[in-house]
Design a protein around this ligand. Sequence first.
Ligand code: IMP
Ligand code: MG
Length: 179
Amino acid sequence: MNYQIQKFIDPDQIKAKVCEMADQISKDYEGKEILLVGLLKGSVMFVADLARAIDSTKVDVCFDFMTVQSYGNKTTSGEVLIVKDLDEPVAGRHVLIVEDIIDTAKTLYSVKQLFATRNPASFKIATLLDKPERRVKDVKVDYVGFEIPDKFIVGYGIDYAQKYRQLPYIGLVEFTDGE
Ligand code: IMP
Ligand code: MG
């Protein structure tokens, strides 16, 4: 299939948005320690930048990573396959899930259910990108960077067939008919 990638959100816009989100997180968690839980692999760039933008004089930041696969069909919604679990314990801690993009929200719905069994002190979700038009599951998202239309996105950690994660900008994949 032929396609081209159009620049959609440039690095300066991403940086400004991540700083804005980090400022809010620094206020909301002042005096506390948070456990940032990055969902691999897409959230890697976002976790790295968000963690560095959180005010270390206000909030202690720990991070950990998890790889999950949502089964994602109607009959098994709510089930999640843990490909890589956390190394850190969760009980009694302030967990902030860091996600790259929310689409149907089936993944986060399952992750939320999973964490509910692990007794964190609090549980919140931050996502850089949100496609509200595609929502299937109702999940409260506490920090949203950009709301975007129902388009296929790559870059800044997000892939198309495992490629383009390294792009410093967020691009739209435009599929073209072709030879
Ligand atoms: P959800 O369970 O439908 O919300 O799935 C969210 C996951 O699907 C994200 O973490 C991404 O891995 C993937 N995803 C959703 N939209 C896109 C996109 O536009 N480009 C690349 N991956 C996407
Ligand atoms: Mg993801």
